[in-house]
Ligand binder design. Structure first.
Ligand code: ADP
Ligand code: MG
Length: 571
């Protein structure tokens, strides 16, 4: 048997530090949170070598008093809470008193700090968590912490770090997240001497979005304002939801542009991710994710922030109300600002318990909320087009029309693609694709790899309306084609579909439907008669998602009368 013994304080400190300091970006996060808790107005971050060589955070916050500064590096030393009662209503980002001690255990730390102009400040150096130098040093109020040689004393941790570029991107992500949460604070990030992110601190979230995501994306962001009043033990609990979300036309392959803040604390939350994604239901293509910056404010007593080692997750007292508030705030923003003004309530998934059409989705004071599940979503609205009057065609591709609220410019190809996509999907789901026999069979010569594919997948082509028969060496006869393609480029569509089948892309059926839609839709550059334009618009009024094409691009632009008046300076 091995003997049980207590670890030396240095070893114990390194193990504990591992919880808080996983990688360089964790140090940046903790130091940023300290600067924010110190009410800084400006925060500078400079890193070198992926943060392993050095990281320096400078703030103009309250600073640390001379007599406290050594204590601040002790484990569980904090100025933010006094006793366990305070844990029930935390208003600061930090509260555990672990960060400085943990960082000092795994790196060399230099700090200068001063509480106000005119007082002499302090300069300290710590090695292996121990103060090796402490001298007076003048500086303006605020704190500068330099962290060098991170993890040099834990080679095992060093081994698990990724490339410098990866660590840099984590650092940039952390700083961006806080910059988006605090538009009033001026952030400056410099990596290896290159300026990476600068915000003005003017308080405008839009300006931070421009700094982080660029102007093109920022132009397509919508402001969110919402909130609900929930009830907890008979007391009203106000919840507010603010922020910005992207229109469905700006979307990403991953979920990395979903930012959630609760009481200005950065959090990850599957619950809130789902709330936002449900709000976009029917507006985004499968596999695409929106951009969203969601600030939630709840009374601090409604929140447990002490459930996660790096404080990355929180627990809400009443998850359901928060879920509903976020989902509704985002949905109503999207619906109100979508280029399509008329809203029809298509389905009410919520089975309300009360009579008289009450739309309350949160429990009333005397009801318990445990009986309702989170799968009940708020009523979702279907976006349809109002009746439009066709005015004419521009550049052989844009149909200009007038609606009850202003001007519509419709991309004829994109719009027709949407119409055909929904028609083909419906045909497939009902009796199968409507087909047309060729007057004379077409002889198609294929490449060897296509030949291989056809040997196994010829049935799939038939499902989509192409009847093809082998006819000698690498030659096939096309006898029947989908009727929607009779005036379109059926051969090009067939080639594309054979490619999709050969590459075994994901969503093969959807890709095939898109190819059929694309090649049966009217081309850009086709002159349309007034009747043809009217017919196209009439069909567009009937589809489920009129304002995006199957590839997710917009089908139309809408200029409201209000916008026109603003443009012409009439308001
Ligand atoms: P916590 O943030 O949980 O209190 P830390 O270890 O991060 O624990 O910090 C310990 C204490 O040091 C803080 O409570 C605070 O009083 C002080 N401190 C740390 N960083 C700063 C800073 N940038 N400005 C002012 N005070 C700071
Ligand atoms: Mg802290």
């Amino acid at each position: 048997m091995k003997k049980v013994k207590v670890l030396s304080p240095q070893v114990a400190a390194k193990i504990a530090a591992g919880e808080v300091v996983e990688r360089p970006a964790s140090v940046v996060k903790e130091l940023l949170e300290n600067a924010l808790d110190a009410n800084a107005n400006q925060i500078g971050v400079e890193t070198r070598g992926g943060g392993l060589e050095s990281m320096r955070l400078t703030d103009d916050g309250s600073g640390i008093e001379s007599e406290d500064v050594e204590t601040a590096f002790e484990r569980y030393a904090t100025s933010k809470i006094n006793d366990v009662e305070d844990l029930h209503a935390i208003t600061t980002l930090g509260f555990r008193g672990e960060a400085l001690a943990s960082i000092a255990a795994v790196a060399q730390v230099d700090i200068t700090t001063s509480i106000e102009e005119g007082t002499v400040g302090d300069a300290l150096t710590l090695k292996e968590g121990i103060v090796v130098r402490h001298v007076p040093q003048a500086r303006p109020h605020g704190t500068t912490i330099t962290v060098k040689d991170l993890f040099r004393n834990i080679p095992a941790r060093l081994k698990f770090l990724k490339s410098t570029a990866t660590e840099n991107s984590h650092i940039a992500e952390v700083v961006s997240q806080y910059a988006l949460a605090y538009p009033r604070i001026k952030f400056n990030l410099n990596i290896d001497g290159r300026p990476i992110l600068q915000t003005s601190g003017n308080g405008k979230l839009m300006d931070v979005v421009i700094a982080v995501y660029g102007l093109e994306t920022a132009k397509r962001m919508l402001e969110v304002h919402g909130g609900e009043v929930g009830w907890q033990a008979g007391e009203a609990v106000p919840i507010t939801v603010t922020g910005m979300v992207g229109t469905p036309t700006v979307n990403k392959a991953g979920r990395d542009a979903l930012h959630f803040y609760v009481n200005r604390r950065v959090i990850g939350s599957r619950l809130l991710t789902r709330a936002v994604e449900e709000a976009y239901q029917g507006l985004l293509m499968q596999g695409r994710h929106p951009i969203a910056i969601i600030n939630i404010t709840v009374p601090p007593s409604q929140l447990d922030v002490n459930i996660h080692p790096t404080k990355a997750e929180v627990k809400f007292q009443n998850e359901r109300v928060v879920f509903t508030s976020v989902q509704r705030a985002v949905r109503s923003t999207l619906v109100a600002t979508a280029p399509v003004p008329q809203i029809e309530e298509a389905q009410k998934t919520y089975t309300g318990q009360s009579a008289a059409g009450a739309r309350s989705l949160w429990p009333l004071p005397n009801q318990t909320n445990s009986t309702m599940s989170l799968t009940e979503s708020a009523p979702t609205a279907r976006l349809t087009l109002p009746v439009l009057r066709v005015i004419g065609q521009v550049a052989g591709n844009y149909i200009v029309a007038e609606g009850p609220d202003g001007l519509y410019i419709i991309d004829q190809h994109a719009a027709h693609e949407r119409i055909m996509y929904e028609q083909i999907t419906a045909q497939k789901a009902n009796r199968g694709i409507v087909v047309q026999e060729m007057l004379e069979p077409y002889s198609l010569e294929v490449m060897p790899q296509q030949d291989e594919m056809l040997k196994s997948d010829i049935g799939k082509l038939q499902e989509f309306g192409f009847v093809i028969e082998p006819f000698g060496e690498r030659t096939y006869l096309v006898r029947v084609i989908p009727a929607v393609l009779k005036d379109g480029d059926w051969l090009e569509a067939l080639r594309e579909i054979m490619d999709s089948l050969r590459e075994k892309t994901t969503n093969i059926e959807d890709n095939i439907t898109k190819s059929l839609a694309c090649h049966s839709a009217v081309r850009a550059g086709n002159k349309l008669s007034d009747d043809e334009m009217r017919e196209l618009i009439r069909q567009l009024e009937k589809v489920n998602l009129p304002h995006t094409c199957p590839h997710g691009r917009p089908t139309m632009l809408h200029l409201s009368i209000g916008q026109l008046e603003k443009e012409f300076g009439r308001v």
